[in-house]
Design a protein around this ligand. Structure first.
Ligand code: UDX
Ligand code: UDX
Length: 460
């Protein structure tokens, strides 16, 4: 098929490159000229494993091309489908910013030259597809040529770091379609990406739009559930990893997305939970559970940061803290709503020295904090320069560390926000190790936290 994809962000570039991989002719239209220049040379503007090969291959086989002029592309090319993959970041009130989506819809309405299916893939509030249909028909009615545009909603469920796999072997494809023509075309297009046709699920516009939020809402709920439970496990001297095994072995529960840690981040969960809450407000639904999921996530980050301040009390002001992991999760350079930023802000507030390392995301953090954070080239380079180490992202290279290396840390203390290690092994190396929901193995955890907290509060 001939496909136009608008937006070369995470979703747009992965979508375009994967469709080209299966032999479709794809033109990706991106407003940012620098991104286009880089892409035409096969350079990806963000870190996503394997995507550069897909893009280079697509260009080589003349199946993937780029443009930064949507109107021109619409006027000069023939195409079967247009995919909208523009950003919908959060506004201050939690609503998604829809300005890019409407701008593109207007451009399509004014420049469409033949009948076409227009598929929205950006995460948008419920009701957008229906509104877009009305708007497009109004604009097309003012045109001299008679063309029809059929809207469809097709939310994405890509995870950063495994986006190609998630697209090429999709668990399911959700299609919000209200015309047989749109349904047929989307089924034909997505057939090569699913195991069986039944994995392509069609429903009405609103159901498809809400499915996206529902999926992220459910995944975030699982994370907040296990994080809250992990805090209780620490208080009652239980081990959250055992609990997860005992609970997750129940087929009704399963163990996916039940890894305790410092809380979820990224460009989607925080934004989509906010959007669910604000959609609820619009329709007079309290969305109590989503509000609590967000609250637990916020307190989880604070709980972990407090554990560092509690451990040191006032002494922390003269300490140098090492941070391993800045991206919101491994295999990405994305720091959008990364918990590491909350930690850095708390340390900077008290002028505490920070030395950080991340395999992919240091550049973005440097842009934000300039010289307030020092960086090192290799993970081990900071160990001997810091009093304590904090782990915020479970990159494999951290998990593969030789435990002996940690004995270089001045105070031999590690705060592990991603449970990368076995607490007992670290104690055998005479290291003080705090993690999430497994502090039953760290006697200091209980003594220190109560004693030092009182001391710290007295002095501030
Ligand atoms: C986007 C949405 O933000 C997210 O809600 C949804 O879940 C997935 O799609 P992402 O692909 O990460 O996420 O967005 P972003 O990285 O912001 O990329 C959007 C791209 O669209 C940017 O490169 C932007 O320059 C481009 N764009 C935006 C256009 O080309 N034209 C426009 O009119 C607006
Ligand atoms: C998410 C959804 O998974 C994806 O389907 C959707 O399209 C976009 O949003 P992504 O944001 O890339 O994808 O990351 P994900 O792997 O879901 O992780 C989100 C956050 O949750 C990360 O901060 C991660 O560290 C955290 N997480 C994830 C946990 O704390 N515990 C877990 O068990 C899983």
């Amino acid at each position: 098929m001939k496909i136009i994809v608008v937006g070369a962000g995470y979703v747009g570039l992965v979508t375009g490159a994967c469709f080209a991989k299966k032999g479709n002719h794809v033109t990706i239209v991106e407003q940012n000229e620098d991104k286009i220049r880089a892409l035409e040379m096969g350079k990806i503007p963000f870190y996503e494993p394997g995507l550069d090969q897909y893009v280079t291959e697509g260009i080589k086989h003349n199946l993937l091309q780029f443009s930064n002029d949507l109107a021109e592309t619409l006027k000069t090319q023939k195409y079967d489908i247009i995919f909208l993959c523009v950003g919908t970041p959060s506004l201050a009130n939690g609503d998604p910013d829809m300005s890019a989506v409407w701008k593109v819809i207007h451009c399509i309405g004014q420049n469409l030259m033949h009948n076409c299916i227009i598929v929205n893939k950006s995460t948008v509030p419920v009701g957008t597809a229906r509104k877009a249909t009305t708007l497009l028909n109004e604009i097309l009615a003012t045109r001299t040529i008679a063309v029809t545009a059929t809207i469809a909603s097709n939310p994405e469920f890509l995870r950063e770091g495994s986006a190609l796999l998630d697209f090429m072997q999709a668990d399911r494809v959700v299609c919000g379609v209200e015309s047989d023509e749109a349904k047929e075309i989307l089924y034909a297009l997505y057939k090569p990406f699913v195991e069986k046709p039944a994995d392509i699920i069609d429903m009405n516009f609103e159901s498809a739009e809400l499915t996206k939020y529902a999926a992220n809402g459910m995944l975030a709920t699982r994370i907040s559930f296990i994080n809250e439970l992990a805090r209780l496990a620490d208080a009652v001297k239980a081990d959250i990893v055992d609990i997860k095994k005992g609970m997750g072995s129940d087929k009704r529960i399963g163990s996916a997305f039940l890894n305790p840690g410092v809380g979820y981040g990224g460009s989607c969960f925080p934004k989509d939970i906010d959007a669910l809450i604000s959609t609820g407000t619009q329709y007079k639904e309290e969305m109590t559970l989503m509000r609590q999921v967000k609250k637990v996530n916020d307190t989880q980050k604070q709980w972990f940061i407090d554990s560092i301040f509690n451990f040191y009390g006032h002494d922390i002001l003269n300490k140098t803290i090492g941070i391993w992991g800045l991206s919101f999760k491994p295999e990405t350079d994305d720091i959008r709503s990364a918990p590491s930023l909350d930690l850095i802000n708390a340390l900077i507030e008290d002028d505490i020295k920070i030395i950080a390392y991340d395999p992919a995301a240091m550049m973005h953090v440097k842009e934000l904090y300039k010289d307030k954070v020092r960086f090192v080239k290799h993970k081990q380079d900071l160990l001997a320069q810091v009093d304590a180490l904090v782990i915020m992202t479970e990159w494999q290279e951290f998990i593969d560390t030789n435990l002996e290396d940690f004995t270089h840390i001045k105070d031999r203390v590690i705060f592990d926000g991603r449970n990368c290690f076995d607490p007992i092994e670290l104690h055998m190396h005479n290291l003080t190790y705090f993690c999430v929901g497994r502090n039953v193995y760290s006697p200091e955890w209980h003594e220190k936290s109560i004693e030092k907290r009182a001391e710290y509060l007295e002095q501030i």
